[in-house]
Unconditional design. Structure first.
Length: 412
């Protein structure tokens, strides 16, 4: 496509598509790609600069900049699409600084672009095939309960459900409905100020279903129900008690909300018969208002975890931190120290991933090596168990052999 007249200016839109299609059709060799591209652009009397093209007769000097881009393309691993769209080597192969790769970020100028996932976040075994996994999935189809594992498309579902020699089979279910009264910016659960009423038969149905699953360790979680006077604690407690009645040997972890900071509710939950009391701090103190709903807070979550420990000192308490919101290392360390200071026993650290375009963007991707460093630091701080990795979630392998041993030792 040619331009006529001096100084005609037009956006480079149709040309890239035509070039890409032509080059793909003739299966051009990589070593001749840049030369062919240059010839074709010269034929159209066009030189690009910053996504725009101008007529050759007026701006021949722009060819120097274009040649530099061609040399960069020749010596890099950029695809033709990357080259034409203006992607740079830094975007294609971002530098790793202190174990962190920059993501799109909340201040990113590329509002409509999703960053490429680092290779360690790509699940290499997307289809679990173990016998335990297939059995549990079949049994779940016969109940009306929803698992967080499936709803959130958790990448670790095969590991948790499948069990194995080094860890016990684990499933995570959500009670009190699927609609939350809060709207945290990282969470994809539906929100409403007036969610549906609780099903009074749910505790019994849940206990009956769990008893037939044959799992060793169950995680029961819930949406926040600020619309209820007791935040749903009585419903939660009844579910735990009936579940334990059906299978006394089953280990039960409850991932709770903050009950609006009501420590009486926290105490009831801690004394309900559960084995592990979990409540997630989610992120560092400075980012609480940005990441979580305004009804939640750093200090309130700390009081909940501390209150559970005071209500029952022998109780195992657990929390989780998501990384990738833009937190600093010193803030992560301080959060870990604060958690350990109130007696939290177990900690998980994982990578935040944006569930939909409507949710918070990923500020940075943390490398596996950096997660290993946080695991080491957590163990040095005195946590009894630390799970730290890019794909780790708050209920990740919750029935890990080590946690099971902690509980069993306490029960002797």
């Amino acid at each position: 496509k040619n331009t006529e007249g001096e100084g005609d200016l037009w956006k480079l839109r149709d040309v890239p598509r035509r070039l890409c299609f032509s080059l793909l059709c003739i299966s051009i060799q990589p070593e001749t790609l840049t030369e062919t591209l240059a010839r074709m652009l010269a034929r159209y009397s066009v030189q690009p600069q910053n996504g725009l093209c101008v007529s050759n007769s007026r701006n021949a000097s722009l060819l120097k900049g274009f040649s530099t881009r061609l040399e960069e393309f020749r010596s890099s691993n950029l695809s033709l699409g990357d080259f034409i769209s203006g992607n740079t080597l830094e975007e294609k192969n971002p530098s790793i600084i202190n174990g962190v790769i920059p993501g799109p970020g909340r201040e990113s100028p590329f509002e409509k672009r999703q960053s490429r996932l680092p290779p360690w976040l790509k699940n290499k075994n997307p289809v679990p095939s173990s016998t335990d996994f297939k059995r549990l999935k079949k049994e779940l189809r016969g109940s009306k309960l929803a698992t967080v594992c499936e709803e959130a498309k958790c990448p670790n579902i095969g590991e948790c459900w499948g069990g194995g020699e080094d860890h016990t089979a684990t499933a995570t279910i959500m009670i009190m409905g699927d609609t939350c009264t809060r709207g945290c910016r990282f969470c994809s659960v539906k929100t409403s100020k007036a969610p549906p009423a609780l099903d009074p038969n749910e505790p019994a149905m849940t206990a009956e279903a769990i008893a037939g699953w044959g799992v060793d360790y169950i995680v029961i979680t819930t949406v926040d129900r600020d619309d209820l006077p007791d935040s749903g604690v009585e419903h939660f407690v009844k579910t735990v008690q009936l579940t334990k009645e059906k299978n006394p040997k089953l280990l039960v972890e409850c991932l709770t909300g903050d009950f609006k900071g009501d420590l009486d509710c926290v105490s009831k939950m801690a004394k309900s018969g559960l084995d592990v009391f979990a409540h997630n701090i989610e992120t560092v103190e400075s980012l609480q208002g940005w990441v979580r709903d305004r009804k939640a807070s750093y200090s309130q979550s700390m009081k909940v975890l501390e209150g559970a420990k005071k209500a029952k000192p022998s109780l195992i308490t657990k929390s989780s931190i998501m990384l990738g919101f833009g937190e600093k290392d010193e803030e992560i360390l301080q959060t870990m120290k604060d958690l350990r200071g109130i007696g939290v026993d177990c900690l998980t650290l994982g990578q935040y991933l944006q569930p939909t375009k409507r949710h918070l963007r990923v500020d940075s991707y943390i490398t596996p090596e950096k997660f290993d460093e946080w695991k080491r630091i957590g163990e040095e701080l005195g946590f009894k168990y630390v799970a730290s990795g890019p794909l780790v979630r708050s209920s990740y392998r919750a029935g890990e052999f080590y946690i099971k041993n902690i509980l069993q030792r306490q029960q002797i």
